[in-house]
Design a protein around this ligand. Structure first.
Ligand SMILES: Nc1ncnc2c1ncn2[C@@H]1O[C@H](COP(=O)(O)OP(=O)(O)OP(=O)(O)O)[C@@H](O)[C@H]1O
Ligand SMILES: [Mg+2]
Length: 505
């Protein structure tokens, strides 16, 4: 094995940022024709290691070789020219430009006259999409597409470079289940041709299914590299967090009480939306929302929050009718919404952690003179309770790892001390250790009598922390299942939910 020549070998990679040693003897050895998973907690250094490969960061030390030959790429362009392509954790697309322009950004084909050859761009994009079976119009403005479609476009773009090494940094974070399968098929095709794929994800089941080798990092250091078939989820978690995690969910001590929200026949104004949804949310309750992707769970939350216009129905809160025509009104009524696309929609990249923490709650810090002490205290609360890995409060949020950026956004909303907390996929992109902490925060809020609604595509987490689960199917409420009655150690619980989810499809 020691004589093996790797397609890519990164050894002793070092990278220091102000106040953070992001990489400390990091190592990765990628074999041709395989999928190599790169795992570690939020802030472990995964993205940084890949950015050192891709020429975005200059490494402070260590060697990189491809097929035994030392290489150093000085820019992404250089990396691409040498057969390395990367799909980034953050989508860097020009939203007002078309899909095909985004595909060819920085390499526009030109006509003999030197103008951009749109026809060529269109035809080539179309051919790539057809080949990969991606159903997107090359002329569509990219900003009008769903985040999942945009992510597929990014993947197609990386594939279009015909690279020998492909890096996918959390590519499935917003893909639908079908799209994930689709991506896996594309990956299989590439590895069959000898491409080496580095795959970063926090989804354990995906990792064990798709990868050949797994490398685990912790605090910027290499911890282990093992064949995937020798690993279990528990073993990976142990290597990642360096402690036993016997329980994935904190103990449930919340007790649902009086009705907090009474939702009657709520229907959104504009399609696609939810139809005629009625349910009650109790004080102290964690109410899950399950359903297939496209079942309009997000639409339901957004309509309740006033982000989408309500077309019909009625909501009362503790017996009083509320409208939530605007999101400001919703906030004043004690609602908070943590959206699914936090990173795409919720971040002020140039702002500090402090700024990003307090921005939803800015009135609490005084009208003219901001109360700096309170701001500091609250920001520290966000950092501590969400376990945000950052050198200081003044750090730009942009320079945090992806998962840590998300934690700040979640903390920001918790600071508004909401009575009704609406969470859309709260643990997406978050590592296992921090997931536990988010569950704990959710359950604590419920213990204090708050009402929590949580949309999640991860069945175990719905079953693990919810009191009841609404199951949405094609915009309608298909049924409500209850802990102790329909789930909570009762065999067949997942099947019940899946059957309901398919009811109106
Ligand atoms: N441009 C930067 N400036 C300063 N610090 C940075 C920068 N980029 C990353 N860091 C720091 O380096 C460390 C590693 O971050 P990295 O983004 O590589 O983590 P990650 O493993 O990709 O995590 P995640 O799962 O959350 O995406 C973090 O502490 C992060 O705050
Ligand atoms: Mg990352």
């Amino acid at each position: 094995m020691s004589e093996q020549q790797y397609l890519l070998e990164m050894l002793d990679i070092e990278k220091q940022f102000p106040g953070v040693k992001a990489l400390d003897h990091a190592k990765l050895q990628l074999r041709a024709g395989t999928v190599h998973a790169l795992m570690g907690e939020n802030g472990a250094g995964k993205s940084t290691l890949m950015k050192c490969l891709f020429g975005i960061y200059t490494r402070d030390g260590g060697t990189i070789s491809m097929n035994g030959k030392p290489v150093t790429f000085t820019s992404p362009r250089d990396a691409l020219d040498n057969g390395v392509a990367m799909v980034h954790q953050e989508l860097n697309q020009v939203l007002r430009r078309s899909v095909m322009e985004n595909m060819y950004l920085g390499r526009f084909p030109t006509t003999k006259l030197g103008t951009v050859d749109s026809r060529k761009m269109f035809n080539e994009t179309k051919a790539i999409f057809e080949d990969l079976e991606i159903d997107v119009d090359p002329r569509a403005i990219i900003g009008t597409l769903s985040v999942s479609k945009r992510q597929m476009v990014e993947i197609a773009k990386a594939v279009s470079y015909n690279a020998r090494i492909l890096v996918l940094d959390e590519p499935t974070s917003s893909l639908t289940e079908d799209e994930v399968e689709h991506l896996f098929r594309i990956m299989n095709r590439l590895t069959a041709k000898g491409v080496g794929i580095i795959y970063i994800s926090h989804k354990m089941d995906e990792i064990l299914r798709i990868s050949d080798d797994v490398t685990i990092m912790r605090d910027g250091q290499w911890v282990a590299t093992r064949p995937a078939r020798e690993l279990t989820t528990d073993e990976i978690i142990r290597l990642m967090v360096n402690r036993e995690m016997t329980n994935r969910f904190p103990p449930k001590k919340n007790k649902p009480g009086n009705v907090l929200l009474d939702v009657k026949n709520v229907t959104g104004m504009y399609e696609p939306t939810c139809h005629d949804v009625s349910f009650q949310l109790h004080e102290g309750e964690v109410l899950g929302v399950a359903g297939l992707v496209g079942s309009r769970r997000t639409e339901l939350l957004n309509t309740l929050f006033g982000y989408f216009t309500k077309g019909g129905g009625e909501v009362t809160m503790r017996g009083k009718k509320i409208e939530n025509v605007t999101t400001d009104e919703a906030r004043n009524n004690g609602f908070a919404l943590i959206t699914e696309e936090r990173r795409a929609t919720g971040i002020f990249g140039e702002g500090s952690i402090t700024f990003n923490s307090i921005i939803s709650n800015v009135n609490a810090y005084g009208k003219l003179l901001l109360n700096g002490r309170k701001m500091d205290k609250d920001t520290q609360w966000v950092i501590d309770s969400m376990r945000v890995k950052t050198p200081s409060k003044r750090t730009h949020i942009k320079s945090l790892s992806g998962g840590n950026q998300q934690k700040v956004i979640i903390g920001r909303w918790l600071l508004t001390n909401p009575d009704v907390l609406l969470l859309d996929e709260p643990t997406r992109g978050i590592d296992v250790g921090s997931k536990y902490e988010i569950y704990e925060l959710i359950l604590n809020l419920a213990e204090q009598g708050k009402g929590v609604m949580m949309v999640s595509s991860e069945m175990p987490e719905l079953l693990g922390i919810c009191d009841r689960i609404l199951v949405m199917s094609n915009g309608q409420l298909a049924g409500i299942v209850e802990r102790g009655k329909d789930f909570g150690g009762i065999p067949g619980e997942q099947e019940t939910i899946m059957a309901l989810a398919a009811k109106y499809v």
